[in-house]
Design a protein around this ligand. Sequence first.
Ligand SMILES: Cc1ncc(COP(=O)(O)O)c(C=O)c1O
Length: 301
Amino acid sequence: MNEEVSTHTAAEDARNDDILIYVNGDIVHRREAKVSVYDSGFMLGDGIWEGLRLYNGRWAFLDEHIDRLFEASRAIDLDLQMTREEVIAALEATRKANQMETDVHARLMFTRGIKKKPFQHPALSVSGPTLVIICEHSKPAIARPMKLATVPHMRGLPMTQDPKLNSHSKLNCILACIAAEKAGADEALMLDVNGFVNTTNACNFFIVRKNEVWTSTGDYCMNGITRQKVIHVCRQLNIPVYEKNFSLVETYGADEAFLTGTFGAQTPVSEIDGRRIGEDYPGPITSRIREGYYQLVKGAQ
Ligand SMILES: Cc1ncc(COP(=O)(O)O)c(C=O)c1O
């Protein structure tokens, strides 16, 4: 597998060898940070998570991340047994214990907790939720623009496993990623159930055509916070932006394409299914959006 280049490639940082991790109220060296083999997250992928980024001492778009976390907890009927303020306090305690100030990525994970038997029923999860927070020193170091390949794995309908849930069960996306790598690409471009271009296995997807920015309708994909911010930035900059259905024909013919996510912000795409997209990376519209996005991050501080 190509581990070198992905949308989550970060610069190696030796400080991460000794980070402290939050596990259910304790903050311990990563060597000691463990959950039970009976944990619902380990056993069944029964959990939800958020990926957050710290810039200059502030978590970017923290309210939106906490909103999405609590929305997901209601959707999976998991009582987090913590208030918003307590979750934020745990995140901050982890950051402070690690003396982290900027270029930090946090993965905040709640699972349904420890089960008394190794079976699926939620009532068997008896301990109350497990909360783990990993904060790593993390600077995106994506050496080149991404190559995408379309794959047979689809973004499903909301009544199967709603793609809006940031759940621990990521197998559909992982299988898509594996298929893309086997086709020589870095990440999978996934279609929706009607064959329209939707999203990638780990990021939201945008194209630029004749100075217009297009992304999917928002059905079948993660309600990405970066996606929303990009739409907002386009409106601020008077760049026409549309959430609409579009096909591979329009995608292969795009002038620019880029991915969005909390980690990489806006990551340029240079190739889709062997077709070259664009000439400069990031392209001119992607560059303007990226600049606007960082202004937004700064403004939130
Ligand atoms: C499938 C998928 N799409 C997109 C995103 C990007 O979302 P955000 O911009 O909120 O980081 C994520 C990240 O959680 C994801 O898992």
